[in-house]
Write a protein of this length. Structure first.
Length: 168
């Protein structure tokens, strides 16, 4: 049935060997294993070094593979959605877009996988799509901090997807 596991004196615990261990989160855009170092993304130039994607350039040849952000952009499969609506947006559109671009520039400078994929006007406001749920949350928090209003988060853990709704 199983093997005996180290247990305190007088206790006996059995481990079941017929049970599958489920991965906590499945993200199809994460690498299945460790990439060779250095690995360079042919689209954006980010490099996989020291176990993570970073900006910078190393000299010499490098393995070529799309980074997860470029892969999402290529597949048009966002990890974050920020819906912006309300009368306030209509009258402050340029100011809000400038704030969103500043948030992206700051985050992207430190984390190459956090990027805006698209900003589309909808009939009610604006829809911003991102390559990472953290950037979507950061944009929502920045809007709420700067302009107050109503902020809602809807996180789907199984898809690693975040939907943010801000309105004022």
């Amino acid at each position: 049935m199983g093997a005996v596991i180290n247990a305190p004196e007088g206790y006996r615990r059995l481990e079941r060997s017929d049970r599958l261990i489920q991965e906590r989160r499945h993200d199809t855009y994460r690498s299945k294993g460790k990439l060779p170092e250095p690995t360079r993304c042919p689209d954006c130039g980010a490099e996989y070094r020291e176990g993570r994607w970073q900006w910078g350039s190393s000299e010499g040849p490098a393995h070529r593979e799309l980074c997860p952000a470029c892969h999402r952009i290529h597949d048009r499969f966002p990890a974050g959605f920020v819906a912006i609506a309300g009368e306030f947006f209509a009258t402050h559109r340029d100011e809000i877009l400038h704030l969103i671009r500043n948030i992206e520039a700051r985050e992207k400078g430190e984390h190459p996988l956090e990027r805006i994929m698209d900003c589309k006007d909808t009939g009610e406001g604006l829809m911003v799509t991102t390559t990472d749920p953290h950037l979507a949350r950061g944009i929502g928090e920045a809007l709420a901090h700067a302009y107050h209003g109503e902020l809602e988060y809807h996180y789907n853990d199984s898809d690693r997807l975040l939907r943010v709704h801000w309105s004022r």
